[in-house]
Design a protein around this ligand. Structure first.
Ligand code: ZN
Length: 161
C-alpha cells in the first residue's frame, strides 16, 4: 500500500473523528443498543427508528478512540434508508474488508468513505474498534426483529466476531 493512500485513509478517518455524523439525539428511537470494546475502552450507543423493515433514522454516540468514532460516524452516514438485509450485507463487507479477506467492494458512493477502514487492517488490535458500531447496530436490529427490544444485553466485540 502506498503511503499516499495511507494518508488519504487517515485523512478520511480523522475527518469523521473530528466531526462525527449522526450525533443528533433521536428521542423517538425504536431501539437503543449499547456496545463496548473492553480491549480498547470504546463505548457506543446506537439508536434507530424503523418503519417496517427500513431503518429510517439513526443516532450514534461513541466515546472511544479515533477509529471507533470514525467507524460509527461512517455507519450513521451509510445505513439510513436501508433494510435490515442491506445493513447486514454492508456490515459483512466491512468485516471482511477489515480482516483482509477477499471481498468485492460495491461501486457505490456508500463505500467511498467506508473503504478508508481498509487502512485499519494493518493494525489488528484496532479491528475490534472499527467493528464495534456495526456489531452493535446489527445486534440491535436482530433484537428488534425478534420483538424483544427490551432485552438489554450489551453487544461486545470481544465475543461477537
Ligand atoms: Zn478503540
Amino acid at each position: 500500500m502506498s503511503s499516499s493512500l495511507d494518508d488519504m485513509y487517515r485523512e478520511i478517518i480523522m475527518d469523521h473523528y473530528r466531526s462525527p455524523r449522526g450525533r443528533a439525539p433521536l428521542p423517538n428511537a425504536d431501539v437503543s443498543s449499547d456496545g463496548m470494546n473492553p480491549s480498547c475502552g470504546d463505548e457506543i450507543n446506537v439508536a434507530f427508528s424503523m418503519d417496517k423493515d427500513i431503518l429510517t433514522d439513526v443516532h450514534v454516540n461513541c466515546k472511544g478512540c479515533a477509529i471507533s468514532v470514525a467507524s460509527g460516524s461512517m455507519l450513521a452516514e451509510t445505513v439510513k434508508g436501508k433494510s435490515f438485509e442491506d445493513v447486514r450485507k454492508i456490515s459483512e463487507i466491512v468485516k471482511k474488508m477489515l480482516k483482509g479477506e477477499e471481498v468485492e467492494i460495491p461501486d457505490d458512493p456508500d463505500f467511498e468513505d467506508l473503504s478508508a477502514l481498509k487502512g485499519v487492517r494493518q493494525f489488528p488490535v484496532r479491528i475490534k474498534c472499527a467493528l464495534l458500531a456495526w456489531v452493535t447496530l446489527v445486534e440491535g436490529m436482530e433484537k428488534y426483529r425478534a420483538g424483544g427490544a427490551d432485552s438489554a444485553k450489551a453487544a461486545t466485540t470481544e465475543e461477537d466476531q
